[in-house]
Design a protein around this ligand. Structure first.
Ligand code: FAD
Length: 493
């Protein structure tokens, strides 16, 4: 019995780690990725400004799994009918191999779509992997006094533009940054309140945002727009769209809520275009990739449904598959040194948003066991808790930096110290200890159903007008008064 997980991004890592717990030792679990590491892709734009962060946001696959076998190879084809995947070894001289499977999760992510726009692929940098971010940084440092153009204002585009603007300011490059979006606002697939706050952060960093601007082509010094204009460019970043992985012929297969493309093959994350159990088209994000992965892991176990699974369904009836239902836990993006976070209906900016963004990254790293990287990320992003010993004075100073006057009052249920800084402090403390590290404090940071998590805290304050520390006012936008603070669905299987 062999289960294969193709790709070890957010989706693949989550599927494989869940299956490690659900499959008995007799079942072979193979994870294939062309990289030898997992990339925390939602922090990739940071490398434009902080190249040293590369190590922090990559986790060696050899350190992630308990019992899965990791194969480093390029997947070139998947045949759900025959239950096979074709692997090309990284050593170009070696032969390709056909890997047979009993069940598979295809988690190969997306590739950048250039839509055959003349000259765009040849003259633009995509932003999907570390060398892309490195190349964008190098282009920008070489382009003093010039022009940077970012095409596409989704999550990656707005964050790339923010980093470029901040890099230009810090290095006094005199590089102007333009962000182009064909829709009528930035972050067009997200709530208008969130998009407006992102726009404000971009404006504050002098990013020239042009909406309703459609890129038609490019050459080595200009970007051509549909309205006939030609914008000069010395740096051109293309974040204008995604397409499916080469192994799926560049398509993102249309998936129903059970995520199946064959009797025993599931496509998970950016690689597929999912319509969930409510009939809603699901955005391609890290958050949805992880949510889908939980469903896919459960469905892989149902396909096997035999002694290799810890909890087979015993009544002999064909297993019914679990269906994915999109749940929006909120969003957090950085825009240079600024940030915007949306939790439930509440949109916050400033230090609190930066803290939420850092906590999400740290929570993800912590959840795959990369505790030290999690702490480094928090330190790099927030400059906190600092390198010295943690004592009352250090804590007070750190809290002051958050303007968190309420935070020092332990009886105040909204205290940041209890809700966010506390867990980060515990994480930092734990690194000083030998032996086992309890990850609960890290992972709960992003668990909206945990009573102590900031996500839950924000959800609750959204139901009552509250002045948060630092003058951030959380708006009340239709949340239900008296909502069960610990409510919500239990964690997925
Ligand atoms: C700059 C940037 C910022 C972003 N910010 C956010 C954000 O704030 N919030 C959010 O939710 N999302 C964000 N996203 C989107 C998010 O990163 C993706 O939606 C997410 O990575 C999708 O997860 P995945 O597991 O489907 O694919 P990926 O994370 O892309 O993983 C795919 C894996 O498959 C491997 N692989 C690919 N092709 C092959 C092959 N042929 N053979 C073998 N292995 C292969 C890759 O090496 C990789 O490990 C951002 C993306 C970018 C680029």
């Amino acid at each position: 019995m062999r289960v294969v997980v193709l790709g070890a991004g957010y989706a693949g890592l989550t599927v494989a780690r869940r299956l490690e717990r659900r499959l008995h030792d007799g079942a072979e679990l193979v994870v294939v990725d062309e990289a030898d590491h997992h990339l925390v892709q939602h922090e990739l734009h940071r490398l434009i400004r902080y190249p040293d962060l590369a190590e922090t946001i990559t986790v060696p696959l050899s350190a992630v799994f308990d019992r899965a076998t990791v194969r480093q190879a390029r997947v070139t084809a998947v045949d759900p009918g025959a239950c096979t995947a074709t692997l090309a070894p990284m050593d170009a001289d070696a032969d390709t191999e056909t890997l047979e499977y009993d069940a598979a999760a295809v988690c190969l992510g997306a590739e950048t779509a250039f839509y055959d726009l003349p000259g765009v692929e040849a003259n633009a940098r995509p932003l999907k992997r570390i060398p892309h971010a490195t190349a964008i940084r190098a282009d920008a440092l070489d382009a003093a006094g010039g022009h940077a153009v970012v095409g596409g204002a989704g999550l990656s585009g707005v964050q790339a533009a923010g980093e470029l603007a901040e890099l230009a300011r810090e290095r006094d490059l005199g590089l102007d940054v333009t962000l182009l979006e064909m829709a009528d606002r930035v972050a067009p697939t997200f709530a208008a309140t969130f998009a407006d706050a992102v726009r404000t952060e971009l404006d504050a960093r002098d990013v020239s945002v042009e909406t309703g601007a459609t890129v038609e082509g490019a050459d080595d010094s200009t970007v051509a727009l549909a309205d006939g204009r030609s914008l000069p460019q010395d740096v051109f970043v293309w974040t204008g769209g995604i397409r499916g992985p080469g192994a799926l012929d560049g398509e993102r297969p249309a998936l129903e809520a059970d995520l199946r493309v064959g009797d025993a093959t599931f496509v998970v994350g950016d690689a597929g275009a999912v319509v969930d159990a409510n009939g809603e088209a699901v955005p391609a994000t890290a958050q949805t990739a992880v949510q889908q992965a939980r469903v896919a892991a459960a469905n892989v176990a149902r396909v096997l449904n035999d002694e290799s699974v810890a909890d087979p369904i015993e009544d002999g009836a064909p297993p019914s598959f679990r269906e994915y239902r999109y749940e929006e836990a909120g969003w957090a993006v950085s825009v240079g040194d600024g940030a915007v976070a949306m939790v439930g209906p509440a949109v916050v900016t400033g230090d609190l948003a930066r803290a939420v963004k850092a906590a999400i990254g740290a929570g993800h790293l912590g959840s795959v066991g990369a505790v030290e990287r999690a702490a480094t990320l928090v330190h790099e992003e927030l400059g906190w808790p600092g390198t010295g010993p943690i004592d009352g004075t250090t804590l007070a100073a750190a809290l002051d930096r958050y303007g968190a006057t309420q935070a020092t009052d332990p009886s105040n249920p909204a205290a940041l110290e209890r809700r966010l800084v506390g867990p980060l402090l515990a994480l930092s403390d734990s690194l000083g200890l030998d032996g086992a590290v309890d990850l609960t404090d890290v992972t709960r940071v992003v668990d909206r159903d945990h009573p102590g998590s900031p996500a839950n805290f924000l959800r609750r304050v959204a139901s009552a007008p509250t002045d948060l520390a630092g003058g951030v006012r959380v708006p009340v936008l239709g949340a239900t008064e008296g909502e069960d603070p610990d409510g919500g669905a239990p964690a997925d299987e």
